[in-house]
Design a protein around this ligand. Structure first.
Ligand code: HEM
Length: 427
């Protein structure tokens, strides 16, 4: 899901925090350095900046506005306290509350609180334990190896995002669910709309965003529900079969729950991992000495290198919470009904926690980044899988195409996802 900042207005240069408008599209189109400068100014304020609610073109009421939490300490504290900073009551993936008609497709567990959240997480988390991911390891490795075979067949280069980074998470999620290869492109296109609707490449007219989101949601739901009907008759060993057929505790997902969970998986698991891989490739191009270090001892350095890529990539820029009662946190007051945005991207660059935070250092230790979310009930369910996929992709790339270089990235226009749509590569 996406948020709806106002139309581009022509931005004044940012010289102080007062110049920053997180609701302005032009801000989200500016280069990384400007964004870094702006969030540093916000982090240095005595208390989090407050922004009015952006106008909501999806319909629904305009809310009271939001506090931009940009310091690591605030994000940790809010994440640990879901009773005060809740994910339900309008949703965690959008600034304005989600109108009711969106809940059918986008009302998944990421937008819920316990006990509903806990029930769903319990049912689906069996598929994501390290033991289960282990079973997937060889599939991930084989898929990464095939993607590099195809890359080499291009001869000298291609669009790294569509031809390399996007392929692995897409295949793995579709395989997990039992979606056949002929539907990969269909899933890819719809997931781009769900997370990229604010970018004109995916939805050309802003007035069409609501319709495009609902259509993409409906089509993804239909795809998985058709598959579920087959798996109820004839179960296989895929995740769809285990989610629609009762487990030993008699728990299963309803058709609506399955649909919205699938949509969450394809968007949460696809775009994020894709962006981490693309961003990682760019970082390795810009920092050849880090590439050399990693090549010296790929396996030994991989765990820390992956965390460092996720820290700087921070593919999920923010998640939202709503304040359930008046509450003081780290010396600041938050009022019932207000919203807070947890800017992970900004917290991962907090100089109070990370030494020389803009430096890409594959040996960084400790690295308490919040790229996968803060400590709390919604911490990324797919973190093990994502780490595994990113490692497999770079193992293949650095082993077989060690000289690969990424060109200038074309950024997704989004305040929610820190995304790269296209990026040339050559080798
Ligand atoms: C680099 C890759 C990834 C990043 C940066 C990432 C980031 C995040 C973040 C920040 C959250 C926290 C949401 C919150 O606190 O409100 C989250 C939740 C979630 N992620 Fe990931 N994610 C990644 C990969 C994946 C993958 C591969 C999957 C699954 C295949 C996945 C599935 C989920 C799910 C289901 C949730 C919701 C958990 C809940 O609400 O209990 N993610 N992710």
């Amino acid at each position: 899901m996406t948020t709806q900042p106002t139309e581009p207005t022509g931005r004044t240069p940012i010289t102080s925090a007062a110049d920053i408008d997180l609701n302005d599209w032009d801000f989200w189109g500016c280069p990384d350095e400007e964004r870094e400068h702006a969030f540093r100014l916000l982090r240095d304020l005595d208390k989090p900046a407050f922004f009015p609610e952006p106008e909501f073109s999806l319909g629904g009421v305009t809310g009271p506005g939001y506090h931009a939490l940009v310091r690591h300490a605030d994000i940790l504290e809010a994440s640990r306290n879901p009773e005060v900073f809740c994910s339900g009551d309008g949703g965690a993936t959008n600034i304005p509350d989600l109108p009711a008609e969106f809940a059918e497709y986008f009302g998944s567990m990421i937008n819920m609180d316990d006990p509903r959240h806990a029930r769903l997480r319990r049912i689906v988390s069996r598929a994501f334990t390290p033991r289960m991911i282990k079973q997937f390891e060889s599939d991930v490795d084989v898929a990464a190896s095939r993607i590099v075979d195809e890359l080499l067949e291009t001869g000298s280069g291609c669009d790294f995002v569509t031809e390399v980074a996007a392929k692995l998470p897409l295949k793995i999620i579709c395989d997990m669910m039992g979606i056949p290869e002929k539907d990969y492109q269909f899933v890819f296109d719809r997931s781009n709309i769900v997370l990229g609707a604010t970018d004109p490449e995916y939805v050309s007219e802003r007035a069409d965003i609501a319709h495009a989101l609902l259509t993409a949601g409906m089509e993804l739901q239909q795809l998985v529900q058709d598959l579920a009907a087959l798996r109820m008759q004839t179960p296989t060993d895929d995740l769809t079969s285990s989610l629609v057929n009762a487990n030993i505790d008699g728990e299963r997902l309803t058709a609506q729950e399955l649909g919205s969970f699938f949509i969450l998986l394809v968007v949460a698991g696809n775009e994020t991992t894709r962006n981490a891989i693309s961003y990682g490739m760019r970082l390795l191009t810009l920092n050849p000495e880090q590439r050399r270090l990693w090549l010296e001892d790929f396996e030994g350095r991989a765990p820390r290198a992956i965390e460092e890529i996720v820290r700087l990539a921070a593919p999920v820029n923010y998640m939202r919470r709503k304040v359930t009662r008046d509450h003081e946190m780290n010396g600041n007051l938050y009022r019932e009904g207000e919203k807070v945005l947890l800017y992970y991207w900004a917290a991962n660059r907090d100089e109070r926690v990370f030494d020389d935070p803009l430096r890409f250092d594959i040996r960084r230790d400790p690295n308490p980044h919040v790229g996968f979310g803060g400590p709390g009930p919604h911490f990324c369910l797919g973190a093990h899988l994502a780490r595994r996929e990113i490692t497999a992709m770079f193992r293949e790339l650095l082993r077989r195409v060690p000289q690969i270089q990424a060109g200038a990235p074309e950024r997704l226009l989004s305040s929610f996802i820190n995304g790269i749509k296209h990026m040339p590569c050559e080798f």
